[in-house]
Design a protein around this ligand. Sequence first.
Ligand SMILES: [Zn+2]
Ligand SMILES: [Zn+2]
Length: 313
Amino acid sequence: MMHPPDRPSRLGAGGDNAIAFAIGVAADEWTLLILRHAMQDGVRRPERWRELLPIPEAVLTSRLRRMSELGILDPVEYDRDPPRCEYHLTPRGAALWPVLVTIWAWEVRWAGGHPEHLPRMRHLTCGNLFDPLMACRECGDVVTPREVTGAFGPSGSWPRSAPNTTMRRRSSGSANLGPGFFPESRALIGNRWSAAMLGAAYLGAHRFSEFQRRLGAPATVIADRLRAFRALGVLEAFGDADRADRHDYRLTDKGRAFFPVVMSAIEWGQRWFLAPEGPAVVFRHRASDHPFSVLLLCSACSRPLSGKQMSVV
Ligand SMILES: [Zn+2]
Ligand SMILES: [Zn+2]
């Protein structure tokens, strides 16, 4: 299915929902890096991306094709003999800046083991280095995960929210996984069940049995993900050391700090991919009891961020 670049797609009934599309994009490192250079440097031609990124040609070709199918890039032929395409960033693609900015900030702040140090971001409006702060668009208050409630809407369920056709599964080989710029983000949301597990933690699951009941996944999968999340330092376990089923799992500061990434990605998904049944998930600002949507603020000057008003230094 081709997705239009400037208006929302109408999804089929019963299939992947907005969350699945959002996670599929946000968990793919090459897609984010291609977007970074499209947004920041105005890159449109494949040969320029290949100069800037250590990406094999076949991988770039498959990503550009998939991003065009998703309506994130618009292929425009600029030469006929031989035929050559430029890929223009569309309104749908440009709207992904909050996902890129929140992942970038989280990796800089929390993740180790980068092949090269990620540069910080500068807010051009105030001139300062910044982190994005997540606030409520309705009232402007800065929020933590605990202050936002989420409930599945009519197209929401864990199976429909887990991407079945992520980009990285389209071909095999380690180069296809990505260059390791955002290694911990990929570890957090790159696996079919990881994003759902993290979502369940944000929605208040603490016990093994709660994760299992909410996701309906096999116990071995739940145990494996809980182990991986503890190793990454996003969940901590309290309680009887010998009885994993009795543990009380709590998000760490590092785990909570990833919340704006998930929220920004879901918001983009729900803006651009509409299921006929209705939304996948509905968020509310708990204290004020109004609908919640994401507003990103500059940590230095507290003004709202926009995709065009930042640079990477
Ligand atoms: Zn609010
Ligand atoms: Zn600022």
